[in-house]
Design a protein around this ligand. Structure first.
Ligand code: 26Q
Length: 667
């Protein structure tokens, strides 16, 4: 074998950057070195893309999200940069497979589930489409907890994903913004309309970028994550007084804002730290956006022509009040003009219909943390209710339902209402979900502004979920289809022509069989449960939630078990039922469901009478990387949520794309 074109560069990286002798390199060293081969190219493409967008004065998309569930970067970067085969050859010369090397990268698990992964898939798509775009979020020091199973119970471990550093981060040393909290508001001037916010505290938001490469293009997108640090002038204070321990403590009080991801999907935490997190990253992002706009255009009246800010659920909704504050208080723009701009700039995606999952904040808490923003929200509400009253004069109930403030008990700010009033478009994430939105929770708003509500069905990136996760199927498709399905998934329609082609079907079955064997190996290694790759792999993988009904699936397993015992000679198709998913740490019922799955598995897997016709496995620590292993190995995709409760689902799409048949409710 002739040496790969990357052999020398790889050895040079090992020697000169990673700090190991090339012939002593371990897989983890090779991972570092390969990442460092990709990094300069990412850097160049980033600089090039930024320069082009600046020169063109492009309109940009800013995707604000508390979560980005990125997973690993190495494989995706190598594919996007066209370096995969050379890199694979170069590490092979060190007697290692690229897949094994890649496993030494920690997942960037800066999200809970569907909403966070959607954000990551959108970044890949925006980069690939060459759309000028930024994702903005938080650089959590600790991501989604790691799940361990001990005696059938979930045990959570912290996820220090940055412990060894990340080879993909670009710290932007020059970019930082102060973010202020608390204090009080003063009103000056003859009409009291000169407002001064006297904050009680401040943190510094520092920018860390991840470059998101597009596929089939040199264009990249940027994921800019903010880290909270103490402003330089603060800890000096304590330091001067000689109390070093206290100074360190104070530093922690500032930095805890970006310390950890809330591991709660769908039920809002309602904690002050969560509100601080939301405002922290929103304020830094809005300052960054307005600063960039100012540098490029030198005026603000054209903001809506150049800036589109998208809210991934209501978590960043305070951005609406923050932009108003910046325009009105800092840039002295008249309220009416600022509000007109705001409504054109923002759009909002809703991800849930379940009322208990809608985010609200106590007015008292918001008064304490963000007094000026609360004042702005009250004024938005006042003017909105005047407008709404003209549609249905005298209907006080209507106004009570629409109000940004829920006054039924302790007064609370309804973040979804703020998001709708402050946006020009509101979307649901599937046809059914969008239809239900305007018929149920947002019916009153839809009667006011029917054209504001639209559907944008979710999607997934075929680069990660097919090309990278399932190389066997990818190769098969490359041989069978014309054009590049990686960039145009409609090309898969070409498969119809092969539907009754025996050789193609056999090849497909061979790929599936190989993927199932790979999955079975992983499951045996991590759980001790041995699955037969020739059995039917029946898969339900997603966060554990009552509405998703893993419980229904377990009951079916029990039913099947009893049916097999009752009819041992029946013609049973051997079946392996695979579960995976995390329970929110405070969600007792979800944790009980995990225990039940393990108890049922222990009974069935140890009953010799079943004779391999039914087995149950729970794959621990479900996340992006585990999903990349499970999706290609599934035969049957379980989508059995109570109808009308799963807004869209995206795991369903990953399983379908990898050739699993869906069994589902009418959801
Ligand atoms: C809110 C406040 C405080 C703490 C946590 C949260 C929080 C965090 C995450 C609330 C909700 C989430 C995540 C929701 C989510 O993932 N929803 C899913 O979004 C997917 C993408 O649109 C859909 O496909 C799924 O149907 C939907 O459940």
């Amino acid at each position: 074998m002739s040496p790969s074109t990357l052999t020398n560069p790889l050895n040079e990286r090992l020697l000169r950057s990673v700090g190991v002798a090339p012939d002593e390199a371990e897989p983890a060293d090779l991972m570092q070195a390969v990442a460092q081969l990709a990094r300069p190219e990412l850097s160049e493409r980033w600089v090039e893309t930024q320069a082009a967008e600046r020169t063109a004065k492009s309109r940009r998309i800013y995707y604000l999200s508390m979560e980005f569930l990125i997973g690993r970067t190495l494989g995706n970067a190598l594919d996007a940069l066209g370096l995969r085969s050379d890199a694979a050859e170069a590490v092979m010369e060190h007697a290692h497979r690229l897949e094994d090397v890649a496993e030494h990268e920690a997942d960037a698990a800066l999200g809970n589930g569907g909403l966070g992964r959607l954000a990551a898939c959108f970044l890949d798509s925006m980069a690939t489409l060459g759309l000028p775009s930024f994702g903005y979020g938080i650089r959590y020091e600790y991501g989604m907890f790691a799940q361990d199973i001990v005696q059938g119970r979930q045990v959570e471990h912290p996820d220090p994903w940055l412990a060894d550093g990340s080879p993909w981060e670009f710290p932007r040393v020059g970019i930082g913004y102060p973010v202020r909290f608390g204090g009080w508001v003063e009103q000056h001037g003859p009409n009291g309309d000169e407002v001064v916010w006297r904050p009680g505290g401040e943190v510094l938001a520092k920018a860390y970028d991840m470059v998101i490469p597009g596929h089939g293009t040199r264009k990249v997108s940027t994921l800019r994550l903010w880290r909270a640090t103490a402003p330089a002038h603060i800890d000096l204070h304590a330091f001067n007084s000689g109390d070093y321990a206290r100074a360190a403590e104070v530093k922690n009080e500032f930095e805890n804002v970006s310390w950890v991801l809330y591991p709660n999907d769908s039920t809002p935490a309602g904690r002050e730290l969560r509100l601080r997190q939301e405002y922290f990253f929103v304020s830094a992002s809005i300052q960054d956006i307005v600063t960039r706009h100012g540098a490029e255009h030198g005026r603000l009246d054209n903001l809506a022509d150049k800036v589109a800010i998208h809210l991934n659920d209501t978590h960043p909704a305070i951005a609406i009040a923050e932009l108003m504050r910046l325009l009105v208080d800092a840039h002295r723009m008249p309220w009416r003009s600022a509000w007109a701009l705001c409504r054109k700039v923002f759009s909002y995606t809703n991800h849930t219909l379940m009322p208990e999952a809608l985010e609200t904040w106590p007015v008292a808490l918001m008064q304490h943390v963000l007094p000026r923003h609360l004042q702005i929200i009250f004024r938005i509400n006042h003017e909105f209710l005047l407008e709404a009253a003209q549609h249905r004069p005298g209907d006080a109930e209507f106004l009570r339902r629409l109000s940004l403030i829920d006054e039924s008990g302790e007064r609370r700010v309804r973040m979804a209402h703020l998001s709708i009033v402050g946006s020009h478009k509101v979307n649901g994430v599937s046809a059914l979900h969008s239809e239900l939105l305007v018929k149920t929770i947002f019916a009153d708003f839809a009667s006011l502004w029917p054209e504001r509500f639209v559907n944008v069905t979710n999607g997934i990136t075929p680069r990660r979920w097919l090309a990278q996760a399932n190389p066997g199927l990818a190769t098969l498709l490359d041989g069978a289809l014309s054009g590049n399905w990686r960039l145009d998934l409609d090309r898969l329609r070409g498969l119809k022509a092969h539907a009754s082609d025996a050789a193609f079907r056999e090849a497909f079955a061979g790929v599936k069989r190989g993927n199932k064997a790979r999955l079975a190996t992983h499951i045996e290694l991590h759980t001790g449960v041995r699955l037969d790759p020739s059995s039917l792999f029946d898969v339900q993988v997603k966060r554990i939630h009552e509405y998703k009904r893993q419980l229904l699936n377990v009951l079916h397993v029990v039913t099947r078990y009893q049916a097999i015992l009752a009819d041992p000679q029946g013609s049973w198709v051997p079946r392996s039922v695979v579960f995976a998913g995390k329970a929110a740490s405070s969600y007792h019922m979800a944790k009980q469901i995990i225990r039940l799955i393990h108890d049922v598995a222990a009974v069935i897997n140890n009953d010799v009478r079943v004779g391999g016709r039914l087995r149950v496995a729970f794959v621990p620590n479900y996340g992006v990387s585990v999903a990349e292993l499970i999706m290609p190995g599934a035969d049957l995709s379980e989508q059995i949520s109570t109808a009308g409760t799963e807004a869209s689902g995206t795991g369903n799409m990953k399983l379908a794309l990898n050739g699993a048949l869906t069994i589902g409710t009418d959801d």
